[in-house]
Design a protein around this ligand. Structure first.
Ligand code: PMP
Length: 432
């Protein structure tokens, strides 16, 4: 289907812009960086999303990560339906919150206590407040191109939409707030050591995406994460690993188990809600006890631990704990990455594909590897834009930005992967 045949999406987008800023409720959905009209979705099932004009696409966005089991998973759907029978929200404790907390602490043993919130943004914002309260220090270190949600102190040199739109420092964030955020280079421990040496007793925490998934997909170099751990220990700062994207995607125990690194605090989101709005943060008991009501650091939420969201999340985590999910997820993603590399080479398109677990990134670049923010922004976003639209015509839905990771699900089939590789070959040939 050509872009001109997306008649219903186009008319919905016109209408949407009359009542919603930019026509969307989250900026990257607007297709600004790739151009064209966003596709409005009617429904999704397994590996597919279906637009309002009746076209199906093999989906590599997966609602930006949560759909590791595929869309509309029967067990998650059933759990939600069952939960809804008993009411939607109570604002009082429920048993399922304990079950979910046990499940998370069992799957991620570095988390001893966990607090549920409603989004990844809330998780990172709260973890940072806790780190500041616990250490009695104000400054934080984050990495250029890493996105941790849109809390003021974290919208400094951020990735994702903030990078796509070229607004790393959003207006509306007072300089007085942003001045406590120091920005270092991902995969560059020296930049972190320098920041610590310049502020030896002021840094509350380092927060990092263990695999940077908001400047496309950049893997940590050997020793980067363990080096951050060591620097935090040396200077008395807390180490926060933001696994909102990587948790239960890079491995069942998250990137922290895959790379064998121990954080003080972990942030979660996306997959733990199975598609419902959920986030969480947790970590060492002694630190988490600093939270209200037992401790002095305030954090709260009217809908936190919502029973319907907990039911979806629990069903998702139980399903993920089944044997065979992660080997299959890896196999599918590796096959896609290898297939794309092979056809790019055969056609003569310079391409780097990064991959770990169920996430991947495609870079149009002459470079041999992409391992830094500079490498990522140095790749050819114009070529990506062309590729994105050619793939859309082929019925493959990639993230509408050169700076977002791709997400695999275990609902994808070998046929889906082959279709995607064949489509990429045709797209590359047209791009020559
Ligand atoms: N941290 C990371 C690593 C993320 O990728 C995101 C969102 N993509 C967030 C935090 C923010 O999560 P949310 O959009 O649910 O607020």
């Amino acid at each position: 289907m050509s872009a001109s045949q997306r008649i219903k999406s186009e008319s919905l987008f016109i209408d949407a812009q009359t009542v919603i800023p930019g026509g969307v409720n989250s900026p990257v959905r607007a297709f600004k960086s790739v151009g064209g009209t966003p596709i409005f979705i009617r429904k999704a099932d397994g590996a597919y999303i279906y637009d309002v004009d009746g076209k199906a696409y093999v989906d590599y966005v997966g609602s930006w990560g949560p759909m590791l089991l595929g869309h509309n998973h029967p067990k998650i759907k059933e759990a939600v339906i069952q939960a809804v029978q008993n009411g939607l929200s109570f604002g009082a404790p429920t048993e399922i919150e304990i079950t979910v907390a046990h499940k998370i602490t069992e799957l991620m043993p570095n988390i001893e206590l966990v607090r549920m919130v409603n989004s990844g943004t809330e998780a990172t914002m709260s973890a940072i407040r806790l780190a500041r309260g616990y250490t009695n220090r104000d400054k934080i270190i984050k990495f250029e191109g890493c996105y941790h949600g849109h809390a003021d102190c974290l919208l400094v040199k951020a990735g994702s939409g903030a990078l796509t739109f070229g607004q790393p420092n959003s207006p509306g964030v007072p300089a007085d707030f942003a001045k406590h955020t120091l920005t270092c280079q991902f995969n560059n421990l020296n930049s972190v050591r320098d920041a610590f040496l310049n502020n030896p007793t002021d840094i509350a925490c380092v927060i990092v995406e263990p695999v940077a998934g908001n400047m496309n997909c950049i893997l940590p170099k050997v020793d980067f994460l363990s080096g951050l751990r060591a620097l935090c220990d040396e200077f008395g700062a807390l180490f926060i690993i933001d696994e909102v994207m990587t948790g239960f995607r890079v491995a069942l125990g998250g990137a922290q188990s895959h790379y064998d690194v121990v954080p003080d605090l972990t942030c979660l989101g996306k997959i733990i809600g199975g598609g419902m709005p959920v986030g969480a943060f947790g970590g060492k008991r002694e630190i988490m006890e600093y939270l209200a009501p037992n401790g002095p650091v305030y954090q709260a939420g009217t809908l936190s631990g919502n029973p319907v969201a907990m039911a979806a999340g629990l069903a998702c985590l139980e399903e993920l704990s089944q044997n065979g999910i992660y080997p299959r997820l890896n196999e599918l993603t590796e096959n896609l990455a290898n297939g794309l590399r092979t056809v790019a080479e055969q056609v003569g398109i310079p391409l780097v594909v990064n991959q770990v677990g169920g996430m991947f990134g495609i870079f149009f670049t002459e470079a041999k590897e992409v391992s830094s923010y500079q490498d990522a922004v140095g790749s050819d976003a114009g070529k990506f834009k062309q590729f994105f639209h050619l793939m859309l015509e082929e019925g493959v839905y990639l993230a509408p930005s050169a700076f977002e990771a791709g997400f695999m699900s275990v609902a994808h089939t070998d046929e889906n992967i082959q279709h995607t590789i064949d489509a990429a070959r045709r797209a590359f040939e047209k791009m020559l």
